[in-house]
Ligand binder design. Structure first.
Ligand SMILES: Cc1cc2nc3c(=O)[nH]c(=O)nc-3n(C[C@H](O)[C@H](O)[C@H](O)COP(=O)(O)OP(=O)(O)OC[C@H]3O[C@@H](n4cnc5c(N)ncnc54)[C@H](O)[C@@H]3O)c2cc1C
Ligand SMILES: NC(=O)c1ccc[n+]([C@@H]2O[C@H](COP(=O)([O-])OP(=O)(O)OC[C@H]3O[C@@H](n4cnc5c(N)ncnc54)[C@H](O)[C@@H]3O)[C@@H](O)[C@H]2O)c1
Length: 468
């Protein structure tokens, strides 16, 4: 006999888990959610929200420096204490508001560590050691991810920062070494450099943000370097030690870098090691392979968000969550599941994952890069255009540096990928997302006239460059 019986139990109350529980509950299913730390998850306290709260003032300041007449008005140094206080307003480590929201929504919150205990069963271990057993028609894993520590000598002995210490920083250190030039690495380099730290970024591959178009990494590299960040490409950290309070990082080019702190931003792994996966014959520590309906096993085990094989982004996790909630409801009601573009298939995971990297320049992209499209066997042609040559961009900032590119599937005449790099491009990617998801023929896009003088005029230039 279980302590609690519900239609659905979700393990992990990050943004993704919360959305599954809410979506299913709003359509009549009883739902419980298990959380071992803070309701709201990594995103709310240690990732998306605090990082963007740190980055926005840096971004704003950079923009003023490209505007004669304003640059002089905004002189002096950034008041880091005020910015950290503002960050705390967004991402203080208090989840009472989110917990209240759950209870107001009628979802049962179980605080503790959740583990699968066989099919359709979850055991929750609370902080005081007591347990609650939950029986559910469906179990959803939404446990998120944790940082990876590469095998570097001494790395586990220097109190290295992860994204948690970086985003919750109480005082800006005088200097910071960052291991990893992926998304976390470049965003945190931008934030900490802008807030006054001397930053060294170590990346073992030959470019920054390697998953994006190569030109995006090149422009970002040039900009970070010009602003004073010491970027070491094709370089690995071989050993690290603390000496007199400082971190001493030994690099494989024979040099050493000294800094007050070291941030590890070398990727993430799913938080599935201690989840009882062995009780249902799944491999602990692996990403849970979910199909397009978010189902992992039979009609009862589901996975969404960073713990699953989907994209590691909040908006994509929440998209999977909406699909998962609707699949749970359909199965509970005996309704057949719909197809590719129904509410029951996370189709965009394959074709149209958008992402914005909040650096200076911003990098906003959706769908496939040219290389990824070719690897997928598509026949494509990519064209690009200097954003600074568009009237809207040159009005936006003096010396505007940026570019846009589209990847066109020439067999079907539709865009399968787009990238925008430059100041204030974040919101431009959604138009591209609509074009990719809608599979709008480029001939039809010719009639989507961008307003003058906006940066979206680059769409017209891209289509002209393509040959329309
Ligand atoms: C520095 C940084 C910045 C980022 N910025 C962005 C951004 O700007 N935009 C974007 O889209 N994405 C961003 N991301 C990625 C984003 O944070 C993740 O994709 C998102 O948090 C995934 O949500 P989730 O709900 O799957 O997992 P999480 O947010 O990690 O939540 C999982 C929750 O499950 C709980 N949990 C884990 N195991 C158990 C268990 N066994 N029992 C009970 N509870 C458990 C955890 O305590 C946690 O609260 C960023 C990531 C980092 C590191
Ligand atoms: N704005 C956003 O959307 C945003 C912001 C931050 C994070 N995120 C998400 O969080 C996830 C994790 O980000 P991340 O930056 O930790 O991972 P990542 O996989 O994007 O980047 C890690 C980088 O570290 C490098 N690296 C790994 N081991 C190394 C080593 N030993 N020495 C030197 N370099 C090494 C890799 O080459 C890689 O480029 C990403 O998948 C991303 O989607 C998104």
């Amino acid at each position: 006999m279980s302590d609690l019986e519900v239609d659905v139990v979700v393990i992990g109350a990050g943004p993704v888990g919360e959305n599954v529980a809410d979506r299913a509950h709003q359509q009549g299913l009883s739902a419980a959610i298990v959380e071992s730390r803070l309701v709201g998850g990594e995103c709310s306290y240690y990732a998306c929200i605090p990082s963007k709260a740190l980055l926005r003032p840096v971004d704003l300041y950079a923009a003023t420096q490209r505007m004669p007449g304003v640059a002089q008005a905004v002189s002096g140094t950034v008041d880091a204490a005020k910015l950290l206080a503002r960050r705390d307003e967004f991402a203080g480590e208090d989840d009472s508001g989110q917990a209240d929201w759950l209870s107001g929504a009628g979802i049962t919150l179980l605080r503790g560590h959740g583990r699968l205990a066989g099919e359709r069963a979850v055991e929750v271990t609370h902080a005081d050691g007591t347990t609650t057993s939950v029986a559910a028609r469906s179990v959803v894993v939404a446990t998120g991810s944790v940082p990876v520590f590469p095998p570097v000598e001494g790395l586990d002995q220097v109190n290295a920062w992860t994204n948690q210490e970086a985003t919750q920083v109480k005082e800006i250190p005088s200097s910071l070494v960052i291991l990893g030039g992926g998304v976390v690495g470049v965003e945190m380099a931008t934030a900490f450099h802008g807030l006054g730290a001397r930053v060294t970024l170590v990346q073992h591959s030959e470019r920054l943000i390697p998953a994006t178009e190569p030109e995006a990494g090149r422009r970002l590299h040039a900009s970070l370097t010009a602003s004073g960040v010491d970027v070491r490409l094709s370089t690995s950290l071989t050993a690290v030690r603390r000496e007199g309070g400082e971190v001493v990082a030994s690099l494989d080019d024979g040099t050493e870098v000294r800094a007050a702190e070291l941030l590890v931003a070398a990727g993430r792994r799913p938080a599935t090691s201690d989840l009882g996966l062995e009780s249902v014959r799944l491999e602990p520590g692996t990403h849970l392979a979910a199909d397009d309906t978010t189902t992992v096993l039979g009609d009862w085990l589901y996975a969404v968000g960073d713990a699953s094989t989907g994209a590691q982004l909040t908006h994509m996790g929440k998209y999977q969550a909406r699909i998962c909630g609707d699949v749970l409801v359909a199965r509970a009601n005996g309704t057949p599941l719909g197809g590719r573009y129904s509410h029951h298939a996370a189709t965009a995971e394959h074709t149209a994952v958008p992402q914005v990297i909040f650096t200076d320049p911003q990098v906003a992209a959706v769908g496939l890069t040219e290389a990824a499209a070719r690897e997928a066997g598509l026949t494509v042609r990519a064209v690009s255009y200097e954003l600074g040559s568009v009237a809207g961009a040159s009005l936006q900032a003096d010396g505007y540096d940026g570019f846009a590119s589209i990847v066109v599937d020439t067999d079907r005449g539709v865009i399968v990928g787009a990238t925008f790099v430059g100041q204030d491009v974040a919101d431009m990617v959604h138009a591209a997302t609509i074009a990719v998801v809608g599979e709008v023929p480029v001939e039809r896009l010719w009639h989507a006239v961008p307003s003058f003088p906006t940066m979206s005029e680059v769409w017209l230039r891209l289509l002209e460059t393509y040959g329309l």
